[in-house]
Design a protein around this ligand. Sequence first.
Ligand SMILES: CCCCCCCCCCCCCCCC(=O)SCCNC(=O)CCNC(=O)[C@H](O)C(C)(C)COP(=O)(O)OP(=O)(O)OC[C@H]1O[C@@H](n2cnc3c(N)ncnc32)[C@H](O)[C@@H]1OP(=O)(O)O
Length: 256
Amino acid sequence: MARSLGRVFNGFQRLGSLSPMKAHLSQPSATSVAVRSTLVRSMGLALPSPFFSKPRDFSLPNSSWSSEMKRLYEHYNSQCEVETEAGEKQEGPWRRLPSYNRLLKYATGGVYLSKIIQSQARLFTRNIKETGAAFEYVLFVNSEEKKCVCIFQAGHLLEGPPGHVHGGAIATMIDTVTGTHATILSGPVMTANLNISYRSPIPLGSTVLLESTLDRKEGRKTFITCKVTSTDGSKVHTETTALFVSINIGHLLLGG
Ligand SMILES: CCCCCCCCCCCCCCCC(=O)SCCNC(=O)CCNC(=O)[C@H](O)C(C)(C)COP(=O)(O)OP(=O)(O)OC[C@H]1O[C@@H](n2cnc3c(N)ncnc32)[C@H](O)[C@@H]1OP(=O)(O)O
């Protein structure tokens, strides 16, 4: 159990720093297969091993994505790796975050822990098999600017007011994006407060942008703001302030 907890904690920590991850991987003495798989999966790379089935990365384009969703994906994805004047490839300002439906099993490598806690648990936003029906989204993070953007396409199962997206589904996405961003900035956190102003409805099927920005950190508290807009930025759908409180991961295991 203690080892599993360690893996989870490592997974959270490594989200925040890609370069140390790579250094870690290149050291031959660098620990067990399980830890290596944690690192590799956190980085979104394939692990050539017969012992792991390859999990689906939900953040990759699929046939349900609109042309606007694909265009924005390409826009940010093309800035994940840039070419220097000498023609060498290097990390760009943005990084795509892979996304799996079993957080403990795939993102942290905590295979055993995920069985102990809830073998049937699935990430809320990634548990509908039909592509395009509900939450289609991809997140990119910019560590330098302490920003995170999410391109979100809302499917027909997310209806609230006729023809428009349910406010709870919008809140879910805001919590997901700001919560992921806060985790990258501060390690394990829980949402303490979400304050959402709904300014204009989001049509079902449309693609919108969520932009999450670090406001400030105070001790265990991470304050984040988030705006949901149309993809050209001309229409504001929601404005949010969010507070995340850092927790010891044992807080979750002991039932809060
Ligand atoms: C490799 C891994 C990848 C992971 C990458 C992520 C990918 C995965 C994607 C999924 C992402 C989904 C993200 C969802 C995130 C949730 O949805 S979390 C679920 C919803 N939230 C909850 O259930 C939280 C329930 N509440 C609690 O458990 C506890 O109240 C809390 C929030 C942990 C705080 O409790 P506590 O640790 O005892 O802290 P406490 O001493 O009370 O307060 C600490 C400070 O915060 C302040 N505070 C606490 N609560 C509040 C409040 N509500 N309002 C204002 N101030 C507050 C206190 O006043 C205090 O301030 P200071 O005195 O220090 O100035």
